[in-house]
Design a protein around this ligand. Structure first.
Ligand SMILES: [Zn+2]
Length: 454
């Protein structure tokens, strides 16, 4: 059991909070305003762990390698060419080492679960592995080793663009629908009964999955798991919006609404380029906007319409996507600062009802992350997973910050080393800022990537 000086509970801040955790790793009971029993571990400030809802783990090893000017103009699409070349070199052993290092870094930063949007399915020549789930299993093994929760999102990928065949760089990603559904069933059996794991599906995007296949996949998934998460890349790049318009006469948001009925089980990754009507309809659908502010900035994607989305009651969550940054609070700072820079205003995420911009963002992504991952996380309450972050209450950046001023400072005026301990699934994975595999994972990572940038 843990006794915290202050804890962020669903109903607000509470003091002298006792959190009891059962043998399964769930929160059994939460009591505020009680003295610490002698056997309780003392903690300063207790927050729910943050869900990182969008990851392509292998890209962690190429973070920083695509920042040099190529011949001609650098864009998302030139970055993608570098990424495809890089993806071509990845073996299951490398993925295991890179993902383990990544998940260790996530836990050290305060993320306690990851949504792995996994599309690197096959061998480099496109042939399936002997076990077609081998790459997915490599990610699961990495998550289990690091002790991070995982929503595994195997990706369905078929076409290289609207009505375009797949490109050579995409041959590792491809499935016919029946092969894809076999992979889903195989992973479902593998993950059954594990409280830190959940399976979802991820049709890659409207440009990579033909409309009928998208509809069939969603229907089949509903038969398998009626509540199961569905993630899709929606409208990241202006060019893909243009191509969608040219091919279908509809913008991506409109097209999605035409083809399926997005609802609270859906997460729309990079809901970046939305016009008024699609924004209103998607916000009202209950789907989560899955934002990856540091990646969206790095790739020159554009800025999400945060104020409009929040005003319409839209749900949101954050992911680290290409992993140029692994820090939930920095991700939220990017989100807010991007908006300020664009609108020439301050506290864009705040409202009269929720006047603290940093606090509002953090609360929003805890709830949205819980929804997007389809797991009982993001809250300190009985029945939730014991995914907890302990902040250092003596940190100079956090002293004299009562109530939500603490979250504003954490997000918008942070210092180094504020995250002290991190628990996921009822086990301390990080103590005093270091994951129990900190050295070991880094050594395996160094070995796995040796020669990769040559
Ligand atoms: Zn992505």
């Amino acid at each position: 059991m843990i006794h915290a000086i202050r804890a962020l509970l669903p109903e607000g801040w509470a003091t002298d909070v006792l959190v009891q955790i059962d043998a399964r790793g769930d929160i059994a009971n939460v009591q505020a305003g009680v003295p610490a029993p002698p056997e309780a571990e003392r903690a300063g400030i207790l927050l729910p762990g943050v869900p990182d809802i969008h990851s392509h783990a292998f890209q962690r090893a190429m973070a920083g390698l695509a920042e040099r000017l190529p011949s001609g103009e650098a864009s998302f699409w030139t970055w993608r060419a570098v990424m495809y070349a890089f993806a071509g070199t990845m073996t299951p052993e490398m993925v295991r080492a890179v993902a383990t290092q990544l998940y260790v870094e996530m836990l050290e930063a305060g993320y306690t679960t990851v949504g792995e949007f996994h599309y690197l399915h096959h061998r480099a020549d496109g042939r399936p592995h002997d076990d077609p789930a081998e790459m997915a299993l490599a990610h699961l093994e990495a998550a289990r080793a690091a002790g991070i929760g995982m929503t595994m999102l195997p990706t369905l990928y078929q076409t290289g663009g609207f009505d375009q065949p797949a490109e050579p760089g995409q041959i590792r990603f491809l499935h016919e629908l029946d092969g894809y559904l076999r992979l889903v069933e195989r992973l479902r059996a593998e993950m059954e009964g594990r409280p830190d794991e959940r399976l979802g599906i991820a049709p890659h995007s409207l440009r990579a999955v033909p409309p009928k296949v998208l509809q069939e996949a969603v229907r089949a998934w509903r038969d398998i798991d009626p509540d199961g998460p569905v993630h899709i890349h929606l409208a990241e790049q202006v060019r893909e919006v243009r191509e969608c318009l040219e091919a279908t006469g509809r913008r991506p948001g409109e097209r999605l609404l035409d083809l399926v009925e997005p609802d609270a089980r859906w997460t729309l990754i990079h809901a970046t380029h939305l016009e008024d009507a699609e924004l209103a309809a998607l916000a009202a659908s209950g789907a989560v906007a899955g934002l990856c502010p540091s990646t969206e900035g790095n790739l020159g994607d554009g800025l999400f319409r945060l104020a409009d989305w929040l005003e319409q009651g839209g749900a949101l969550a954050i992911g680290t996507d290409s992993h140029v940054v692994i820090d939930p609070f920095e991700e939220l700072r990017w989100l807010e600062h991007g908006q300020r820079t664009r609108t020439l205003r301050r506290t864009v995420a705040a409202s009269l009802a929720e006047p603290h911009s940093g606090a509002r963002l953090l609360r929003a992504v805890l709830e949205g992350g819980r929804q997007a991952m389809g797991r009982p996380i993001g809250r300190i309450e009985a029945g939730a997973r014991a995914d907890l972050v302990v902040l250092d209450e003596r940190h100079p950046r956090l002293v004299e910050r009562p109530g939500d001023l603490l979250l504003d400072s954490l997000v918008l005026a942070p210092g180094r080393g504020m995250v002290r301990h991190v628990m996921a699934g009822g086990t301390w994975q990080v103590r005093d800022g270091r994951h129990r595999l900190h050295e070991e994972a880094a050594a395996a990572y160094r070995q796995a990537v040796a020669g990769l940038a040559a």
